[in-house]
Design a protein around this ligand. Structure first.
Ligand SMILES: Cc1ncc(COP(=O)(O)O)c(C=O)c1O
Length: 369
């Protein structure tokens, strides 16, 4: 079976984890601050706060910028469900706007049209590692008095056209370290940001609302347990050391796919880097030609030993979002068309030329192109 994803873990990770186990300090130890410092430096951000998942990071970042019950947050329906869920956690409403058919990111024009007097923030998602049009969202936020939280969970290694790394623009940006990500700590996440006051709030709220001096007895605000253990941080540090190599390998595999699948009529490949934006390769998602049965294709691939999955489904059409917010088909036609035809193919740094060729063969056979 050619798996969908596979992390790169070696002796460096083993040594790092064993070192923490031997130290006896498994959480809130020195690896936390070290991982945060190194990660912040990596994306060019003044601060970084490590958290237990990307979802936890999104929740705390939204709270930090002031999202409260009754507020609206404009965001993309073409994302992993967590970006919208984090808004709902606070009793706020995710207001979806359609996506750009090329980059598959939230369309700034549609997003601006969705702003109302209740909008508190805009939450663009750098989907599949391709940078969202942040200069456009920054203008909208400035003019409409909105906060920005970036969902960068899929976008480590991505760079904006102006040379700023995703996560380095100042407003809170949230990364995820689940096992399929560019960098993994098993589970984990990181919020990068420039405002030390927001950083302090996130540091406190991830740790039960404790004061920065870590006094045990008084908790001056509501908090959560969204901490990342030192074991996970040590893993993250070891992964950071090999990140450039892993990103280069992902880009290599993407190049192989691009060559292999070129010319398959009607099959849409991930957009090429344009205008100076650079993708941080996370997944290789294709849109099947119109008229090809997506679920049947996924089954045909599996029967030939190739894992794949429908990725991503439109959030507004999920049962919870239909029931809670009354969403229906037809609201966001670009997103719905893309979501209905999208399939993630096996994609990981150590994927060989032979494995890509095998996926190509099986996919072409399945879709008849
Ligand atoms: C776009 C996006 N947002 C949020 C998340 C949530 O991250 P986590 O699984 O670390 O909570 C993910 C992870 O899959 C994601 O891809």
């Amino acid at each position: 079976m050619i798996p969908l994803a596979k992390p790169v873990l070696g002796e460096a990770e083993e040594r790092a984890v064993v070192e923490v186990l031997r130290s006896g300090q498994l959480s809130l130890g020195p690896k936390l601050a070290e991982f945060e410092r190194m990660f912040a430096a990596r994306v060019g951000s003044p601060y970084a706060c490590a958290v237990s998942s990307g979802t936890a990071g999104l929740h705390l970042a939204l709270r930090a910028v002031g999202v409260e019950a009754g507020d609206e947050v404009v965001t993309s329906p073409f994302s992993f469900v967590a970006s919208a869920n984090a808004v709902v956690y606070e009793g706020a409403r995710p207001v979806f706007a359609d996506i750009d058919p090329v980059t598959l990111n939230l369309d700034p024009v549609a997003a601006e049209a969705a702003v109302t007097e209740r909008t508190r923030a805009v939450l663009p998602v750098h989907i599949f590692g391709y940078p969202a049009d942040m200069p456009a969202f920054e203008r909208i936020a400035r003019e409409r008095g909105l906060a920005i939280v970036e969902d960068a969970c899929e976008a480590l290694g991505a760079v904006h056209a102006d040379g700023v790394a995703v996560g380095g623009r100042g407003h809170p940006a949230v990364f995820g370290f689940y096992a399929n990500k560019q960098l993994t700590t098993g589970e984990g996440g990181m919020v990068t940001l420039a405002d030390p006051a927001l950083g302090e709030r996130i540091d406190s709220e991830r740790n039960q609302g404790r004061a920065p001096d870590m006094g045990w007895l008084d908790h001056d605000r509501l908090g959560f347990n969204y901490r990342l253990s030192d074991i996970a941080c040590a893993l993250g540090i070891a992964q950071l050391a090999r990140l450039d190599g892993m990103l280069a390998d992902r880009a290599r595999v993407a190049g192989l796919y691009r060559e292999a699948l070129a010319g398959a009529e009607g099959l849409e490949l991930p957009c090429a880097d344009a205008g100076g934006n650079r993708r941080g390769w996370f997944v290789f998602v294709v849109q099947l030609p119109r008229g090809v049965d997506r679920d049947e294709t996924v089954r045909a691939l599996a029967a030939e030993g190739v894992q794949s999955k429908p990725y991503l489904p439109a959030i507004h059409l999920m049962s919870f979002y239909r029931e809670r917010f009354g969403h229906r088909e037809g609201e966001f036609p670009v997103c719905e068309d893309i979501a209905a035809r999208s399939v993630a193919l096996p994609f990981f740094p150590e994927m060989s030329e032979g494995q890509v060729a095998r996926v190509e063969e099986v996919l072409r056979e399945a879709i008849g192109r």
